[in-house]
Write a protein of this length. Structure first.
Length: 381
């Protein structure tokens, strides 16, 4: 039996390292989480990726076991900290609860600590739940406020895009504050449509596995934030692809004090479903070659491609990509064994909307669920 200590996981590289250890672990291996790996805010893209890491471990190993947390903290403090942010809440909901050494805390008891957060989010009292410049909205199966009012207009009914657009504008204004004018209304409109379509898809398809069997529990939601990607912590995350590295160099800037960073507005969508390809094909990605998986992912992203039953669905993604092409934004998708991105130079009207590339040349471990992240540079000019 091996003990794997899950550290802060501030970078995508660190997160992928833990995912690889999950893939290669044996039944008796124990993963022990630090509080920082569950509660820390780094960026919506990174935090949603840590949530996906937790979901992957929960789905593969811990559905009938406990989320192990370093036992150097009191029970009350552990509950409060773990259930203060979406990665920890997701981990608790998809397992039996929290274990601190020999002490076990039942899921129901632990999730009580998330009630105030969920109710404040439901009521739109974001100042009560935001920390730094990151805001998360997690929909937790079985909770009294599963259908959060910012995203749902009635119990179980996702807001239509005409209702969602002002919600997205309000959320962006809240997290970006002085930089809100750098997120154009045309992008907000596209994000409203995309959010509606994605959440509807999630409600229909991320609650069941690839074969149509309902999950015992599921979570889904989104994170938004204003982020300063410092070169020290995050530059290496952008070095797995030459075009990605060029994007970092183009969009980051150095201050008079010599500090280099990339400032951005981010939004990440997450779910704990079977992943985009398995959801689209009904086949586990482990039964495909990586080339087949990539082909299937690109197919399900194409304009009008959708797994929803609605007529004329699937317009949201190309609409967002067109806006990102105008302003020089980036989209990253992590699902199955793939991490794909499309990055645009500002004003580039030639790059194909669906010219997604591998984020890294390394082969990646399979993950549960899907994360779609959008990055909009907040330039000084």
């Amino acid at each position: 039996m091996a003990t794997i200590n899950v550290g802060k996981c501030r970078s995508l590289i660190e997160i992928e390292s833990i995912l690889s250890k999950i893939e290669n672990s044996v039944e008796d291996d124990k993963f022990i989480f630090s509080l920082d790996s569950l509660k820390a805010r780094h960026s919506p893209m990174h935090d949603a990726s840590r949530l996906q890491m937790v979901v992957t471990l929960a789905r593969q190993r811990l559905e009938h076991d406990y989320l192990e947390v370093h036992p150097n903290i009191s029970e009350n403090a552990a509950i409060e900290e773990v259930c203060s942010y979406s990665p920890g809440i997701a981990g608790v909901r998809l397992t039996r609860g929290i274990r601190l050494g020999q002490r076990k805390i039942d899921r129901r008891d632990a999730l009580i600590a998330a009630v105030d957060k969920m109710q404040a989010t439901d009521a739109g009292n974001f100042a009560d739940v935001v920390r730094g410049r990151s805001l998360d909205m997690i929909c937790v199966a079985g909770s009294k406020v599963q259908y959060l009012k910012p995203l749902f207009s009635a119990r179980g009914r996702v807001k239509e895009h005409v209702e969602m657009i002002p919600t997205i504008r309000m959320l962006i204004d809240f997290v970006t504050q002085q930089s809100r004018d750098k997120v154009p209304n045309s992008l907000v409109n596209s994000l409203g449509l995309f959010t509606t379509e994605l959440m509807k898809n999630t409600q229909e398809h991320a609650v069941i596995d690839h074969a149509g069997k309902p999950y015992l529990a599921h979570v889904e939601g989104m994170m938004l934030g204003w982020t300063r990607f410092s070169e020290e912590l995050f530059a290496d995350d952008f070095k797995g692809n030459t075009n990605l590295e060029s994007y970092w160099k183009q969009e980051s800037n150095t201050t008079e004090s010599g500090l280099t960073s990339l400032r951005a507005f981010e939004v990440s969508y997450f779910d704990s479903g079977p992943g985009l390809v398995s959801r689209f094909t009904g086949v586990p990605v482990t039964e495909m070659s990586r080339a087949q998986e990539r082909e299937a992912l690109l197919a399900c992203l194409q304009h009008k491609a959708t797994s929803k039953s609605e007529h004329a669905a699937g317009e949201g993604l190309p609409s967002v990509l067109r806006e990102l092409r105008k302003i020089g934004g980036l989209m990253r998708i992590r699902s199955g064994r793939l991490s794909m991105f499309n990055a645009f130079c500002r004003g580039d009207s030639q790059r194909d909307l669906f010219q997604f590339e591998n984020w890294t040349a390394s082969e990646l471990a399979p993950v549960q669920g899907a994360v779609v992240s959008i990055l909009v540079p907040l330039r000084a000019e």
